[in-house]
Design a protein around this ligand. Sequence first.
Ligand code: NAD
Length: 378
Amino acid sequence: MSKVRVGVIGCGYWGPNLIRNFFGCPKTELAAICDANPVRLEAVGRTYGSAKLVNSVDQLLETGVEAVAIATPVSTHHSLASRCLEAGLHVLVEKPLASTTQEAQSLVDLAARKQQVLMVDHTYLFNPAVRRIKELVDYGELGDLYYVDSIRINLGLFQHDVNVIWDLAPHDLSIVDSVLDYQARSISAWGCAHANTDIEDIAYVNVDYGDHMMANFHVNWLSPVKIRQMIFAGSRKSLIFNDLNTTEQIKVYDRGIHVGATDEARRKAQVDYRSGDIWSPHIEPQEALALVVAHFADCIRDGKTPLSSGQLGLRVVRLLEAATRSIRAQGGRVVLTNGSGPWNGNGNDHSRENGSGQRLEDRPRRSLGKKRRDPLLR
Ligand SMILES: NC(=O)c1ccc[n+]([C@@H]2O[C@H](COP(=O)([O-])OP(=O)(O)OC[C@H]3O[C@@H](n4cnc5c(N)ncnc54)[C@H](O)[C@@H]3O)[C@@H](O)[C@H]2O)c1
């Protein structure tokens, strides 16, 4: 099968990683590199002599590439991606897909109309540890999911066009979207800006997925230490994913509680504690970005829908947008009307408005009759 001729736009912090992987992938040919900054272009491009170096997307379109990868600031994703899709190219866009839900939706629609592949580089979906977590969840190893608790903090690279949620949370939100078969119902976020008055550099995001499953995400550019950790807690077992632990990235804990089967036992919260083995599955090390670029090439040649599709990217952008709206409303819960049903409240009453400004109190509560079997009684 012929190699996919690819051009990469953006030679800043992340673009060179894409360039290196497209250059090394046997399924792709790195045909062109584009950056508006000639100094960056020259510095990165000189390593890849066979690729044509260009300063604009207009020049890139003249090189005859059939696909592009876009690694420019988020605010430029929509205009560059739509330009390339209109020109008949397949497009891989860096996370997050676009700056607004409306922009992301228009890219999804345009790709569908033009029958081009639109993929988002949610790199973690290709991380072998995340693939293993998905297997464990799918096999029922954890039982019913209770919650996800995620911390992604360090002294981060401050962005000028997006806040810390748009920069870091796409990783965790895309992982939860891919690993769990849940649609978010509502979201609440708190954040604070220190370096720039308009751009939050620390945030706490809470997402209600319904069925007693909730997730918390702490993202922060101001932490003195780097932590990359997610807890997936279930009724049978729980696991901790520590992305910085190179030898034991995942640890599965056979720890939890049993609650008495009677109503009386539950009313009195009579629980027995279970403390069993801790084990760490073997994870074959592989660079996730190498899998991203190979998957992009496969989707183009085989006409497949990418694992990190435009639709998934759109769902992530919808959450990012709602989280930022919630911050502006001092943590007010924002209902996601695309969810799998009306808002269920999740037991708290911090709600104020939904995505269209409708007060939550006016919305119907979800019927409890449709709830899954109580995971505590397994
Ligand atoms: N997948 C990941 O793990 C990961 C990690 C870091 C960043 N990213 C994403 O990568 C993207 C880029 O981030 P970055 O930190 O590399 O940004 P950056 O600012 O370091 O680099 C962007 C580059 O794009 C160039 N550029 C901007 N507009 C252009 C245009 N219209 N035409 C041609 N070149 C243009 C700039 O000159 C610059 O060299 C963002 O979407 C970010 O979220 C992804």
